[in-house]
Structures are given as C-alpha cells and as structure tokens.
Design a protein around this ligand. Structure first.
Ligand code: S3P
Length: 179
C-alpha cells in the first residue's frame, strides 16, 4: 500500500468538522510526535484569522499560503499534521503529503458534519443560508480527493480517543509493513 515511500509523519485530511485537529492532537500525544495544524500556522504567520484572509484577500490567496506550507512540510519529521479541509483538493498538495506521511482521511456524513460545525463562525465556506446543501455539494466534489488517502476512517460511532488510537495503530502498521 505504501510502497517505497518514506513515512515519518502522519497527515490527517478530511472535511471540516471531522475532528482532524482534536484527533491529531491526541494521536501526537500518543506517539510523542509534534502536532501541527496548517490553519493555525497560516493564522500565526499572517496574524489574521482564516475568515479575515478569505474576506480581505480571497480564497485563492489562502490556497496559495496552503501550498507554500505544504512544500515546507516535506522537511518535517515525527509530526502529526492536521490539514485544512480543502488542502488535499489540490492534487500537488496530496502528492507532496504522500512523499513523507501516511495520509489518513477522517470521514463523517453531511448531517454529522453540520451537527459538529453548527455555531462555529470561523469557517467562511459554511457561512451560508443553507449550510447542509453547501456541505453536501463540497463533500461530493471533494470525495474523489479524500478517497486518495491511504486509510479512510469513519468518525461516527467512535469517540475522538478511539479514532486517535485507530489512526496511531494504522500508522504503526504502515511503518512495520516497510521493515
Ligand atoms: C476549509 C477548511 C478549514 C479552513 C478553511 C477552508 C475548506 O479548515 O482551512 O476555512 O476548504 O474545507 P478545517 O477543515 O480545519 O475546518
């Protein structure tokens, strides 16, 4: 599955609200890895919230910052990376992540996602009159990208800790396959 790749990081991809940041933090703790959240790095570097970047500079500017960060990630070791939900929709980003990380996609239904993101205003793409329709449309458009992940994990019916433990197990299996 993971062939000749050099897997020393773990990348969590998936739609908004699937738990990438919480699961990533827990997984990093369990593995004694560093945790990095691409949205947080971008916010720290620009001194702006994601919503401000979208509102003031537009989505393409944000995607440019994501691509630049993805290039830098190739130099990381022993890091759990939680990515922004749209980051793997760029093929080059996904290909780059796969050169150094096991890519795990966290999955949830549109209804479960809506439940989890309800009331969060920091997600500019979901500030819409009909967020469920937007989630369905975006998820359908992105599903082929998310399916490129090495492992797909359904996050419904499992606690965040269970998801994190499962993800860590998958990482160790991928590493032992290569020895
Ligand atoms: C986005 C997801 C967000 C953030 C930005 C765009 C997307 O990250 O990067 O609002 O395109 O799905 P989370 O998935 O961490 O919410």
């Amino acid at each position: 599955m993971t062939g000749n790749r050099s897997i020393h990081n773990l990348a969590l991809i998936g739609f908004m609200g699937t738990g990438k940041s919480c699961v990533g933090r827990l997984a990093a703790e369990l593995m004694h890895f560093t945790f990095l959240d691409t949205d947080h790095v971008i916010e720290a570097r620009t001194g702006k919230r994601i919503t401000e970047i979208f509102a003031q500079e537009g989505e393409p500017a944000f995607r440019h910052l994501e691509r630049r960060l993805v290039e830098e990630l190739t130099r990381r070791h022993r890091t759990v990376i939680a990515t922004g939900g749209g980051l793997p929709a760029d093929e080059a980003n996904m290909a780059s992540l796969k050169t150094h990380a096991l890519v795990v996609c966290l999955w949830a239904s549109p209804e479960a996602i809506l439940e989890r993101v309800r009331g969060h205003e920091h997600r500019p793409l979901l500030n819409e009159p009909d967020p469920l329709a937007k989630i369905r449309a975006l998820l359908a458009a992105r599903e082929p990208c998310y399916r490129q992940a090495d492992v797909l994990v359904n996050t419904e019916m499992r606690s965040l800790r269970e998801v994190a433990q499962h993800v860590v197990h998958q990482f160790h299996m991928a590493q032992s396959e290569r020895q």
